[in-house]
Design a protein around this ligand. Structure first.
Ligand code: SAM
Ligand code: DTB
Ligand code: SF4
Length: 328
């Protein structure tokens, strides 16, 4: 009888990852892959802990970019109502509610190609006030110009979310108004300003397995890899070009989480958009595969997310609990 390869929970030090190595991980027998991922996970994290991050859309819709997945692009008719920059008080009230529900990070998202210089001060004010509540701050505002990352850091920004979204080779199939390299440039600015990096992507956009491996290889090979890695399942929104894309096998999504965990052992891997469409046992499997963070709150940016009570019940059922806040 052929014996299955013995799992080796070896320490994966930071290094350049080749796409072929990640493809080999994807091709492992499912149980072998999950066992390896869980073993790596336990070397660095308490497997019962999950980090909770709440989102708010501070500026909604009417975006000039043509990202094929996004309901907020002005290029598509999706019925999303446009909303200008929210008043600071409204953002702070939402942050207080998020904290009261147990979130430790608050992420402010804007449907911009990038912020104009006049936008920086009001956003900086939001960051100052949210941080004063004792929450970790995160913002996702699009591409940054020279000096803007420093201004945001100065205001107390802990994390900047800027996803590479997909593999370099597939990027042009999804977005035409900017290039993959533009994303890397903003990530460099964020890193240089001393802000923690949150970067991940979307699965289920019609990419191949090799391209899923390519996206994760690009993230894992960053020096250092992003501290937070959101793995989104495409939320298909009517009116966007990607609406109607063939649904991905859920087990392939779990594999993607596992490969992210193995290749980025010390990063928080966030089970992100798409949870509302996932059964509880699928989410549980993602946690076993090494996901240790979620978006928490009834809404993502414009689409739904499981209600807070439902998530609390799920965590309780799984014997999991929110992780304490990282100090800043
Ligand atoms: N406009 C900024 C930008 O694109 O960087 C910030 C906000 S944008 C909505 C943040 C991220 O949300 C995108 O990079 C993408 O990964 C994710 N996203 C947008 N629409 C999505 C969808 N329908 N399904 C899953 N993720 C989505
Ligand atoms: C991320 O990776 N996913 C979040 C957050 N970063 C900003 C956004 C998901 C958006 C899903 C579609 C919507 O609600 O508009
Ligand atoms: Fe605009 Fe961001 Fe949506 Fe792209 S993902 S259309 S940049 S809001």
């Amino acid at each position: 009888m052929v014996k299955a390869a013995v799992a080796q929970p070896i320490e994966m030090s930071q290094r350049e990852w080749r796409v072929a190595e990640l493809e080999a991980l994807f091709e492992l027998p499912f149980n072998e892959l999950l066992f390896r991922a869980q073993s790596v996970h336990r070397q660095h994290f308490d497997p019962t802990e999950v980090q909770l991050s709440t989102l708010i859309s501070i500026k909604t819709g009417g975006c000039s970019e043509d990202c094929g997945y996004c309901p907020q692009s002005a290029h598509y008719d999706t019925g999303v109502e446009k909303q200008g920059l929210l008043p600071v008080e409204q953002v702070v009230a939402a942050a207080k509610a998020a904290k009261a529900n147990g979130a430790t990070r608050f992420c402010m998202g804007a449907a911009w190609r990038g912020p104009k210089q006049k936008d920086i001060e009001p956003v900086a004010q939001m960051i100052r006030e949210v941080r004063a509540l004792g929450l970790e701050t995160c913002a996702t505002l699009g591409m940054l110009q020279e000096g803007q990352a420093e201004e945001l850091r100065q205001a107390g920004l802990d994390y900047y979310n800027h996803n590479i979204d997909t593999a370099p080779e597939f990027y042009g199939n999804i977005i035409s108004t900017r290039e993959f390299e533009d994303r890397l440039e903003t990530l460099r600015k964020v890193r240089n300003a001393g802000i923690h990096v949150c970067s991940g992507g979307i699965i289920g956009m019609g990419e191949s397995r090799t391209q899923r491996a390519g996206m994760l290889a690009a993230l894992a090979s960053m020096t250092p890899p992003p501290e937070s890695v959101p793995i989104n399942q495409l939320v298909q929104v009517e009116g966007t070009p990607l609406h109607g894309t063939e649904q991905l096998d859920p087990l392939e999504f779990v594999r993607t989480i596992a490969v992210a965990r193995i290749t980025m052992p010390t990063s928080y891997v966030r089970l992100s958009a798409g949870r509302q469409q996932m059964a509880e046992h699928l989410q549980a499997m993602c946690f076993f595969a090494g996901a240790n963070s979620i978006f928490y709150g009834d809404k993502l940016l414009t689409t739904g997310n499981p209600e807070v009570e439902r998530d609390q019940a799920l965590l309780q059922k799984l014997g999991m609990h929110p992780s304490m806040q990282a100090s800043h």
